[in-house]
Design a protein around this ligand. Structure first.
Ligand code: HEC
Ligand code: HEC
Ligand code: HEC
Ligand code: HEC
Ligand code: HEC
Ligand code: HEC
Length: 491
C-alpha cells in the first residue's frame, strides 16, 4: 500500500454523496439559524425543520461520509485500489498545512454542532414546540394554558424542571409520544393524572412556598340560577388557606397538609384518584394516625393495604389543574354574566348558554354552528344577539375540545367540592381513625361564609360567619348528600 493519501479515502461515491448532502444541510441550517436569531420564527414547523429535521439529515450525511471512508479503506487494504496507508511526515512540504486545515475544519464543525445541540435543547423546551408542534393533540392544554395565571411559565418548568435526569426522562418519553402522534395512536382525552409527572417539590416549589402562607383569602362567587330572570345569588367567603411554618403564622388551614410539615399519605383505588378509602397522617411531632373509610363496600383489607404503595400528598393532589383548567358550563356562564360579557337581562340565557356549552359534539364546528343556530332561533332580532353568539362561541373554543374529547368532566379538578369530589374525597365525615377521630367535614373547617343571598352586591357581612343557605330550597338535602351527587357543572 504505497503512496497512500488520506484524501484518497474520500475518493468514493458514497462519501462524495455524503459530503454534498452535508454541505447542503449545513448551509441551510446556518442560514435558518441566522434568520431565527435575527427574527424569531413564529412558525414552529420551520423550527422543527431547522433544529430537528435538518440536523438529522446532516448526521445521516456524516454517517455516509464515514461509511464510505471505511469501505474505501478496506478496498485500499485489500489492494483493490492503488493507494497506500497514511504515513504522516510533517517534514514533507504541505503536510503541516493540510493538517492545520483539517484541524480547523474539524474545530469549526464540532463548534457548530455544539451550538446546534444547545439550540436544539433550547428549542424542544420552548412553549411553541410543546404547544403547537402537535397542534391537534395539545390544543386543549395549550389553549387553557394561555388563558391561565401560568401563561408566562414555561411548560418545561412544571413538566420537566431542572437537572439532567428528568431532562433525559422527558426526552425519552417525548420521543415515544412523537412516535405515537405520528401513528395517530394516542388517548383522546389524554389520560390523567400523569403517572410520571415530576413531584411538585421539584417544580411548583421552585416558585411557590405555601408553607409561608397564613390567614385567609376572600372569595366571591356570583351564581345565576337557571330560571327566566337568571336570578343572581352571591356567596362571599373567607377561604382559610393557612400555612405550614410557625414563623409565619399558625400551622393550620388548607396548607396544613404539606410534605415536610404534616405528611399525608393515601391509597386510591381508582386511576383518577377519586376513591380514597385509606389515609395516614404523620404530623409535625411524628405522631401517626390512620383514617379508614367506614363505608363497608369501599374499606380495604389489611392485605390490600399492605400490597398498596401509598402516595404522598403534594400540591397536585389539590391543584391538579393549575393551568389546564377547563371551565364547567355553569361556571363559565356565571363568569361571563357577572363580568358583563353576556347581558344578564337576556331571558333564560344562563340555562340555555350552559346547556349549549355542555352538549356533546363531534367537532368544534358543529358546536359553533349549534350555538349560532339555537340563539338565532330563540332570540331573533335581539340587539345583543351577535355579541352573545360571539361570546358563547369564544367560551366554547377556549374550554371545550370535542376532537380531543377534553373538557371539564373528563379532567376533574380537586380544588373545592361542588361538582367533583375534591376535598370531600377525604373530608366526607366517613373517614375514621381507630380511636374514633374523624377527618373533619364541618363547613367552617375550610371557609367562613361572610355573606350570601340574592343579588350581586350584598350589603350585610357577618364577622362570625353564617350557616350555608342553599340557593334553592332542597329540604336540607345538602347536609345529607355530597354536593356532587346532584351538581355536575352543567344543567
Ligand atoms: C403551572 C404548571 C404547568 C405548566 C406551566 C404547564 N403544565 Fe401541563 N400539566 C400540569 C399539571 C399539574 C398536569 C397534570 C394534570 C393531572 O395529572 O391531572 C399537567 C398535564 C398536562 C397534560 C396532560 C393532559 C391534561 O390535560 O392534563 C398535557 C398534555 C400538558 N400538561 C401539556 C402542557 C403544555 C403543552 C404546556 C405548555 C404550553 C404545559 N403543559 C404547561 C402543570 C403544568
Ligand atoms: C416558574 C414559576 C412557577 C412555577 C414552576 C409554578 N408557578 Fe404557580 N404561579 C406562578 C405565577 C407567576 C403565578 C401568577 C401569580 C399572579 O399573577 O398572581 C402563579 C399562580 C399560581 C396559583 C394561583 C392561581 C390563581 O388562580 O390565582 C396557584 C394555585 C399556583 N400558581 C399553583 C402552582 C402549582 C400547583 C404549580 C406546580 C404544578 C405551580 N404553580 C408552578 C409561577 C409559577
Ligand atoms: C389540601 C389541598 C391543597 C394542597 C395540598 C395545596 N393547596 Fe394550594 N390551595 C388550596 C386551596 C383550596 C386554595 C384556595 C383556592 C382559592 O380559593 O383560590 C389554595 C391556594 C393556593 C395559592 C393561591 C393563594 C392565594 O393567596 O390566593 C397558591 C399559590 C397555592 N395554593 C399553591 C400551592 C402549592 C405550590 C402547593 C404545594 C406545595 C399547594 N398549594 C398545596 C389547596 C391546596
Ligand atoms: C387525602 C386525603 C385528604 C384530602 C384529599 C384533603 N384533605 Fe384536608 N385533611 C386531611 C386529613 C387527614 C386532615 C387531618 C384531620 C383533620 O384535621 O380533620 C386534614 C385536615 C384539613 C384541614 C384542617 C387543618 C387544621 O387547621 O388543623 C383543612 C382546613 C383541610 N384539611 C382542608 C382541605 C381542603 C380545602 C382540601 C381540598 C382542596 C383537602 N383538605 C383535601 C386529609 C385530606
Ligand atoms: C375540607 C375543606 C372544605 C369543607 C369541609 C367544606 N368546603 Fe366548601 N369549599 C372548599 C374549597 C377548597 C372550596 C373552593 C375554593 C375555590 O374554588 O377557590 C369550597 C367552595 C365552596 C362553595 C363555593 C362553590 C363553588 O365552587 O362554586 C360553597 C358554596 C361551599 N364551599 C359550601 C360548603 C358547605 C355548605 C360545606 C359543608 C357542607 C362545605 N363547603 C365544606 C373547602 C371545603
Ligand atoms: C339534592 C341535590 C342537591 C344537593 C345535594 C346540593 N345541591 Fe346545590 N342545587 C341543587 C339544585 C336543584 C339547584 C338549583 C339550580 C340548578 O338546578 O342548577 C342548586 C343550586 C345551587 C347553587 C346555585 C346555582 C348553581 O347551580 O350554581 C349553588 C351555589 C349550590 N347549589 C351549591 C351547593 C353546595 C355547595 C352543595 C353541597 C354542600 C349543594 N349545592 C348540594 C341541588 C342540590
Amino acid at each position: 500500500m504505497k503512496d497512500f493519501k488520506v484524501f484518497n479515502l474520500f475518493r468514493n461515491w458514497v462519501s462524495m454523496l455524503g459530503m454534498l448532502g452535508a454541505i447542503l444541510a449545513f448551509t441551510s441550517i446556518a442560514i435558518l439559524m441566522v434568520l431565527d436569531t435575527l427574527a424569531h420564527f413564529s412558525n414552529p414547523y420551520i423550527g422543527v425543520l431547522t433544529y430537528i429535521v435538518a440536523p438529522i439529515i446532516l448526521a445521516g450525511c456524516i454517517f455516509l461520509i464515514i461509511s464510505g471512508m471505511i469501505w474505501q479503506y478496506n478496498r485500499i487494504k485489500k489492494g483493490m485500489t492503488n493507494t497506500s496507508l497514511p504515513v504522516i511526515d510533517f517534514g514533507k512540504p504541505g503536510v503541516m498545512r493540510k493538517t492545520i486545515i483539517i484541524l480547523i475544519v474539524l474545530g469549526i464543525t464540532s463548534g457548530f454542532s455544539a451550538l446546534l445541540t444547545a439550540r436544539m435543547y433550547h428549542y424542544t423546551e420552548s412553549d411553541a414546540f410543546c404547544g403547537t408542534v402537535c397542534h391537534e393533540v395539545m390544543e386543549p392544554e395549550y389553549t387553557a394554558y394561555q388563558n391561565s395565571p401560568h401563561s408566562n411559565v414555561g411548560c418545561s418548568e412544571c413538566h420537566i424542571g431542572s437537572g439532567a435526569e428528568w431532562f433525559v426522562k422527558a426526552k425519552l418519553s417525548g420521543l415515544h409520544q412523537v412516535w405515537a402522534v405520528l401513528r395517530g395512536n394516542f388517548h383522546r382525552p389524554i389520560k390523567t393524572p400523569i403517572e410520571n409527572l415530576r413531584p411538585a417539590r421539584d417544580t411548583c416549589h421552585t416558585c411557590h412556598r405555601p408553607e409561608k402562607f397564613f390567614g385567609a383569602v376572600l372569595r366571591n362567587w356570583t351564581y345565576y340560577l337557571p330560571d327566566k330572570n337568571n336570578t343572581p345569588w352571591t356567596i362571599k367567603m373567607l377561604v382559610h388557606i393557612g400555612g405550614g411554618d410557625p414563623d409565619h403564622g399558625a400551622v393550620q388551614g388548607v396548607h396544613w397538609h404539606m410534605e415536610g410539615v404534616n405528611d399525608v399519605e393515601y391509597i386510591a383505588t381508582d386511576d383518577k384518584r377519586l376513591e380514597i378509602p385509606w389515609v395516614r397522617v404523620t404530623d409535625q411531632n411524628g405522631k401517626v394516625t390512620v383514617y379508614q373509610t367506614t363505608e363497608e363496600d369501599k374499606v380495604l383489607t389489611k392485605e390490600q393495604v399492605a400490597a398498596a404503595t401509598p402516595r404522598h400528598m403534594d400540591c397536585l393532589d389539590c391543584h391538579n389543574r393549575p393551568t389546564h383548567n377547563y371551565w364547567a358550563p355553569n361556571d363559565a356562564m356565571d363568569m361571563a354574566l357577572s363580568s358583563g360579557r353576556i347581558d344578564a337581562d337576556i331571558p333564560r340565557i344562563k340555562a340555555r348558554g350552559a346547556e349549549l356549552l355542555g352538549n356533546e359534539y363531534e367537532t368544534k364546528q358543529e358546536a359553533l354552528d349549534a350555538i349560532a343556530n339555537t340563539l338565532n332561533k330563540k332570540y331573533p332580532a335581539h340587539p345583543k344577539l351577535t355579541d352573545t353568539t360571539a361570546e358563547l362561541q369564544r367560551i366554547f373554543s377556549n374550554n371545550f375540545f370535542p376532537e380531543m374529547k377534553a373538557r371539564w368532566d373528563v379532567h376533574p379538578d380537586h380544588i373545592g367540592h361542588k361538582f367533583t369530589p375534591g376535598c370531600f374525597r377525604c373530608h366526607d365525615g366517613k373517614h375514621k381513625s381507630e380511636s374514633g377521630k374523624v377527618i373533619r367535614d364541618d363547613c367552617s373547617v375550610c371557609h367562613t361564609i361572610l355573606a350570601q343571598g340574592e343579588g350581586t352586591h350584598l350589603k350585610t357581612l357577618s364577622a362570625s360567619g353564617m350557616e350555608f343557605k342553599h340557593p334553592e330550597d332542597i329540604d336540607g338535602m345538602w347536609k345529607e348528600e355530597l354536593c356532587h351527587t346532584c351538581h355536575t357543572g352543567a344543567p
